[in-house]
Design a protein around this ligand. Structure first.
Ligand SMILES: O=C(O)C1=C[C@@H](OP(=O)(O)O)[C@@H](O)[C@H](O)C1
Ligand SMILES: C=C(OP(=O)(O)O)C(=O)O
Length: 445
């Protein structure tokens, strides 16, 4: 649903040590995929630990509109009765994907090779984001699109009547592009191939294999190649969603920058395609221990033990960007408290997220006394012993910008305010109570 409520300004104030346990919500990427693949399987898929953030709730509603039965049994406990590959029907009304790039792009892929028609829309942020990156490859399967100028939402799709298999080299490393193509490939006779320049998060591949599809991955000279054999019967399976490493990044960052902090964040996914922030933090000298490593729901997970301590600036190589793409805003906050400079390379994709995240972070950090340099695809943060704060950050309907500046304000000399905490519900509905329980000082302002 589009975020239309009144803006909710919020203030973060310097706080004493953060302590205790942070139970962060289920992984957003896996939650979307659980609902979509459940809707394309025959029979009941039971999901536990589903993220009940607005982005995922919008995907649940969309799956119902395409004909699946989606039920909530309790907190995070959901079931989907799917209609099978090729079984979607045309929805009666417009599909509103709210703020969610993952939702709209994956669902467009999932329906593009079934002969039905659907119109997609979203909030002001999603309506600015590029969609040709998925509609171009989906058109190669035979789907037809009517989009606003520049390939933006709202978009109407007529799914292909006789879809043909596609081999596609993605121009940018994007799990959303890859996943849209693979989901489209499900209802196509023969092999669909995606070659991406760098490996991106592999939840679609893991979960498609779990649902019984034939899928192979290999390293080739051009990058990372995924081959899916079409027209499988997807078998429903129980899905236990691990806790989201991108959400965990916020309490982790807060503990690293607030003196005296010592927290535990249990059951967080350590999928190597999502682990770039944690690799970077260890290089910065962060005191993080990965306790009790184990496998849960087909994903490696661990309990994170995080303590405050000195940090040093580092250079993040461009080839790590995909594995920490959503974590650069919060890394730029942590970097403000490190000794020396932190350089983030290969981050051009941040400019087409919920906001232009390089610009939003640079402006908000500068307003709080931090020196930041930017180029089209890099950002450099100059760390300082004490960060003044006292500034206001504009969040542009972007949950990660909102949470990043609230974490910043927990360790600055003066309070930090944001214009709107509303978008946080897209990925981390319990952010404020969870941080408050750790000891954070957050208040409506
Ligand atoms: O596939 C996914 O679940 C996601 C992929 C990433 O987007 P891109 O594919 O655009 O990089 C990421 O930023 C987003 O939050 C979730
Ligand atoms: C980029 C993000 O999400 P999406 O692309 O699904 O809107 C995010 O959650 O940081």
């Amino acid at each position: 649903m589009s975020h239309s409520a009144e803006p909710r300004p919020m203030t973060a104030r310097r706080t004493g040590p953060l302590t205790g346990e942070a139970l962060v919500p289920g992984d957003k990427s896996i939650s979307h995929r659980a609902l979509i693949l459940g809707a394309m399987a025959v029979g009941e898929t039971r999901i536990t630990g589903l993220l009940e953030g607005q982005d995922v709730l919008d995907t649940a509603r969309a799956m119902q509109a395409f004909g699946a039965q989606v039920d909530r049994h309790g907190p995070g406990d959901w079931s989907v009765h799917g209609v099978g590959v090729g079984g979607f029907r045309s929805p009666d009304s417009v599909i509103d994907c709210g703020n969610s790039g993952t939702g709209v792009r994956l669902i467009m892929g999932a329906m593009a090779t079934t002969p039905i028609t659907a119109t997609f829309t979203g909030d002001a942020s999603l309506s600015r984001r590029p969609m040709a990156r998925v509609t171009d490859p989906l058109a190669q399967f035979g789907a037809r699109f009517t989009a606003r100028d520049g390939g933006r939402l709202p978009i109407t799709i007529e799914g292909a009547t006789d879809p043909v298999p596609v081999t596609y080299h993605t121009p940018v490393a994007s799990a959303q592009i890859k996943s849209a193509i693979l989901l489209a490939g499900l209802n196509v006779p023969g092999d669909t191939v995606v070659i991406e320049p760098e490996p991106t998060r592999d939840h679609s591949e893991r979960m498609l294999a779990g649902f019984g599809a034939q899928i192979r991955t290999e390293t080739v000279p051009e990058g990372h190649k995924v081959t899916l054999t079409g027209r499988p019967e997807l078998r429903p399976q129980p899905i236990a969603v691990p806790r989201d490493p991108s959400s965990a990044a916020f309490p982790v960052a807060a503990a690293l920058i607030v003196p005296g902090s010592d927290i535990r964040v249990p059951g967080v996914s350590r999928n190597p395609t999502r682990d770039g922030l944690y690799v970077t933090l260890l290089e910065m000298g962060a005191d993080i221990t990965f306790d009790n490593p184990r496998e849960e729901g087909g994903e490696p997970v661990a309990d994170l033990l995080v303590r405050h301590g000195p940090l040093r600036g580092v250079t993040v190589p461009a080839d790590r960007a995909a594995s920490m793409i959503d974590e650069f805003p919060i890394l730029s906050v942590i970097a403000a408290f490190a000794t020396g400079t932190t350089v983030m390379n290969g981050v051009a994709e941040l400019r087409v997220k919920e906001s232009d995240r390089i610009d939003a972070m640079a402006q908000g950090l500068r307003a709080n006394g931090v020196r930041v340099d930017e180029t089209p695809d890099s950002m450099t943060v100059h760390g300082m012993a004490r960060v003044p704060g006292g500034g206001h950050a504009v969040t542009h309907l972007d949950h990660r910008i909102a949470m990043s500046f609230l974490v910043l304000g927990l360790a600055t000399d003066q309070p930090v305010t944001i214009d709107d905490a509303g978008p946080i519900t897209t990925s981390f509905p319990d952010f404020t109570p969870l941080m408050t329980l750790l000891g954070a000082s957050l208040s409506s302002s």
